[in-house]
Design a protein around this ligand. Structure first.
Ligand SMILES: Cc1cc2nc3c(=O)[nH]c(=O)nc-3n(C[C@H](O)[C@H](O)[C@H](O)COP(=O)(O)OP(=O)(O)OC[C@H]3O[C@@H](n4cnc5c(N)ncnc54)[C@H](O)[C@@H]3O)c2cc1C
Length: 500
């Protein structure tokens, strides 16, 4: 038996008989895929660069060198706290919001790249959305007809009552819906994949997890099949993991980086990059953020932090050839806001903001926008900086397009109108933030000239290499990605066990 879950034991990588499937990365994409494969009896090796949360917090190398990447472009994209390189991946830090995309996100619309429509439809993904929602134990209240359609109820009822927000904005003709949210079993708030999903199959004899194993590049034979993964360990060893099939689930920045690092005679520009598509089309979810004060009413005096979203205006701006938007409404009583972090310098401002809330209710309105897909926004390799093992870090180029700026401006107008209609006081705009959603850098599509993976998530031009994660999204709408990542991982799991 080669079953192993050890932080430090690399012996599973010394096996000469190949695993059925090797998965690189243990975030939502990797763990969901592993779950579905292990349940089907497939022999799976999962390799994760980091260790657990403790190591991540105390060993600065993980945050500062391993999770680091370079950034250029006018979007001033933040690097820190953008991704987690540890068991469970970035799901250690996510907030658990779980929207589906709308059916029309998968159809042709102003932001679908030329020659690269989504190769799948909402209807094809819907059964997998249902499986994903069960796994994530998504809770939510009844929703309006503006929200994405569904055939079955949400797995769990809502925990919080957002009627204050619903009533407040209903008066303005704005329909606010509950936000579907992943529900952990034991702790109150954070659904972490390594705690909620992994334990069910961790001890299966045909599953092997190796942490502290950073995949540096993929190896291939002359027939262009992927034959191995070169793995660096923190004690300076280098190993080669062998498998019949490989799935890269290293996140929307880590996955294109690994493909680009994997150069060989057969793949001189990196695996899957024969048409210079790897890394191109990266997009995120920028958001405008506002605060305003209103007289207290209903439960607004309670120390709560409730949230709702409106789908009513989702594709309103298509008529102006702009992208989709998702307004967010919050009774933001307790927390200052992520734009006013708890630093010493911010203590006076945060204290005043909190004290003011005794006098009046603070209502936050933000709008998350879809970015225009641009080939120039891409993940490449740094020319100057390397990781702990001497391999080039990722370099992200991210610029706002004219459409992005217009959509941010149109969103500001909407929010300011709503505050005006509410006669809100002290309205101020905090800085534009990013949602930390890394999408589109290895898009799916039927045409290898415009995409990196096919409709089954197999890298074009390879026979046994697949991707799992939001890097394969053609467009990201204005929705959080994890539910769609999880649904696509379930779909990939089914595909990988189909007889040829
Ligand atoms: C603060 C915050 C809040 C968020 N809130 C939400 C939300 O509410 N809803 C939502 O849908 N999304 C949210 N997200 C985004 C969400 O967390 C990510 O989209 C999601 O985790 C991506 O899953 P993944 O498995 O593709 O990648 P990741 O979770 O990033 O996992 C990738 C894993 O691969 C490993 N890895 C990378 N490279 C290598 C390598 N070379 N070798 C071995 N291992 C490697 C990494 O260490 C990591 O563990 C949030 C993100 C942040 C930071």
């Amino acid at each position: 038996m080669h079953k192993k879950y050890s932080y430090f034991d690399m012996a599973p990588l010394d096996r000469s008989d190949p695993y059925d499937v090797c998965i690189v990365g243990s975030g939502p994409a990797g763990i969901t895929l592993a779950k579905t494969l292990v349940e089907k009896g497939v022999r799976v090796l999962m390799m994760e660069s980091g260790y657990g949360l403790f190591r991540w917090l105390v060993d600065k190398r993980f945050k500062q060198v391993l999770a680091d990447f370079e950034v250029s472009g006018n979007a001033n994209y933040p690097v820190e706290n953008t991704r987690g390189m540890l068991l469970g991946g970035t799901s250690n830090f996510w907030t658990g919001r779980c929207e589906r995309l709308h059916p029309f996100d998968f159809e042709r619309h102003p932001y679908v790249p030329n020659g690269n429509p989504w190769p799948i439809t909402y209807n094809e993904l819907e059964p997998y959305y249902e499986m994903a929602e069960k796994t994530l134990r998504v809770r939510c209240g009844e929703r309006s007809s503006d929200a994405p359609p569904r055939r079955t109820p949400f797995p769990l009822p809502p925990k919080t009552d957002i009627s204050y927000l619903k009533n407040l904005f209903n008066k303005l003709g704005v329909v606010v819906d509950d936000s579907p949210t992943a529900t952990p079993r034991k702790i109150p708030r954070f659904f972490r994949f390594q705690n909620e999903v992994l334990p069910a199959f961790l001890k299966a004899p045909h599953f092997t997890l190796v942490t502290g194993a950073t995949v540096a590049r993929l190896l291939n034979d002359t027939e262009r099949n992927i034959t191995g993964a070169v793995v660096n360990t923190f004690d300076g060893l280098q190993k080669i993991a062998r498998a019949k099939k490989f799935v890269i689930a290293a996140g929307g920045i880590g996955t294109p980086r690994l493909l680009l690092l994997s150069r060989s005679a057969q793949y001189p520009e990196g695996v899957g990059n024969h048409h210079d598509r790897v890394g191109r089309g990266f997009h995120e979810h920028p958001a405008v953020n506002f605060y305003g004060q209103l007289p207290h009413q209903g439960d607004s005096r309670l120390l709560t932090n409730k949230i709702g979203r409106s789908h009513q205006f989702y594709n309103t701006f298509w008529k102006e050839n702009l992208g989709t938007i998702l307004p967010v409404f919050r009774q933001s009583w307790v927390l200052p806001h992520h734009n006013m972090p708890m630093t010493v310098a911010n203590i006076p401002r945060n204290t005043v903001a909190i004290l003011k809330r005794f006098r009046k209710a603070t209502v936050y309105i933000g709008v998350v926008i879809e970015m225009k897909i641009s080939d120039a926004n891409r993940v490449g390799l740094s020319k100057t900086k390397c990781d702990l093992f001497g391999d080039p870090l990722a370099h992200l180029t991210l610029n706002y397009s004219d459409e992005d700026r217009q959509l941010l401006a149109r969103s500001r107008e909407l929010v300011q109108k709503w505050y005006g209609d509410l006669n809100a006081e002290d309205v101020y705009e905090a800085q534009v933030t990013f949602s930390r959603h890394h999408m589109g850098s290895c898009r799916m599509g039927d045409d290898p000239l415009t995409s990196v993976v096919d409709r089954n998530l197999r890298v074009h031009g390879t026979s046994n290499l697949y991707l799992s994660g939001s890097e394969v999204f053609v467009t990201g709408g204005a929705m959080q990605p994890v539910l769609t990542i999880t649904a696509l991982a379930y779909r990939l799991g089914e595909h990988l066990v189909q007889p040829k």
